[in-house]
Design a protein around this ligand. Structure first.
Ligand code: ZN
Length: 202
């Protein structure tokens, strides 16, 4: 499957000249939630992700996602794996399990996000599940920003990645973009102006 094309077709991968929240410029921008806007697309992506996980022989009882970004991806993945789904959410900045969701002692839990950048929220969701007696067996995401190492990839995890090195991380592909300082941006040099993604209703 061509992950980049699926993102493009669903308006989740924008091409142009963008001003990022960091102040830097880029010629790509990801609107991760858009790729799951169509349930049929979400189902296909989750099935492909589930296939990779099954091939790795990882036993999973429950998928848990950090809210809000991971919920749709995690729910579809749980459906594809035919397991239970719960989510963790921040309360006053601290990741917690609420809403009557329970962790069964020593059950195998996979943490799922829509996209992993450094994996900070996924790691926090994993810690809270662990503190409640769950056994974290791995991490998953539809896409990866290239800092973390996807299971089976022959490369080193970058220092920005917060996911534990001893657990598998499953994803369908990488989105690695060039990021430019404004004074060194080739699009600026061509004379176009960087726009804030969202400023056109995106
Ligand atoms: Zn620029």
């Amino acid at each position: 499957m061509n992950l980049k094309q699926i993102y493009k077709d669903n308006g989740a991968l924008l091409e142009g000249h963008f001003l990022l929240s960091s102040g830097n410029h880029s010629n790509f921008y990801l609107q991760s939630a858009k790729v799951l806007e169509n349930p049929k697309t979400a189902e296909i992506l989750a099935k492909n992700l589930a296939k990779k996980i099954k091939e790795a022989n990882i036993q999973i009882d429950t998928v848990c996602s950090p809210a809000l970004g991971g919920i749709l991806a995690g729910y579809e993945l749980a459906r594809a794996l035919n397991v239970r789904f719960i989510f963790a959410e921040r309360v006053d900045g601290k990741m917690t399990i609420r809403r009557g969701f329970e962790i069964i002692k020593n059950e195998n839990v996979l943490i799922c996000e829509d996209i992993i950048t450094t994996g900070g929220s996924a790691l926090e969701a994993g810690e809270v599940v662990k503190s409640l007696g769950g056994n974290i067996v791995g991490f998953a995401a539809i896409a990866n920003r290239g800092f973390c190492k996807i299971y089976g990839e022959d490369k080193e995890q970058k220092k920005e990645c917060k996911l534990p090195k001893n657990l598998p991380f499953f994803a369908l592909g990488n989105f690695e973009f060039e990021i430019y300082k404004p004074n060194n941006c080739p699009m600026c040099k061509e004379g176009t102006k960087a726009i804030k993604p969202g400023s056109r209703g995106n």
